[in-house]
Design a protein around this ligand. Structure first.
Ligand SMILES: [Zn+2]
Length: 116
């Protein structure tokens, strides 16, 4: 699968996550409730609407504070397009989303993706 569900404790799905090949980490978007993204329900060929903007922010990676690059993308039919204003090497390109393991995880916090 290309996106995996993030479920509430009662099993209701409220978001999905995918591995972003531009950032090398997972981005999560809410698919239920306020400011939710539209999701086509296809975990193999996902489409998310609208586009996803991950703002630069300080993140902790291997104990080191790092600045996450701006990442502006659109997920369509299992492929991810990075807009030219992304600040990583894949800016301007469209590639297949990598596979993601289905193991559930606790998701009490979301990445900084917001509707652009
Ligand atoms: Zn990213």
């Amino acid at each position: 699968m290309k996106v995996k569900p993030i479920n509430q404790s009662d099993g209701v799905m409220f978001g999905v996550s995918f591995v972003c090949p531009g950032c090398g980490e997972e981005h999560e978007v809410r698919t239920r409730g306020e400011k939710a993204w539209e999701f086509n329900g296809d975990f193999e060929r996902p489409t998310l609407f609208p586009d996803i903007l991950a703002y630069p922010e300080h993140i902790e990676r291997d104990g080191v504070r790092a600045l996450q690059p701006r990442c502006h993308s659109q997920v369509n039919a299992g492929r991810i397009t990075f807009f030219a204003d992304s600040e990583h090497a894949l800016a301007g390109s469209t590639i297949e989303l990598p596979e993601i393991l289905a193991e559930s995880k606790d998701a009490n916090s979301f990445a900084s993706g917001e509707i652009a």
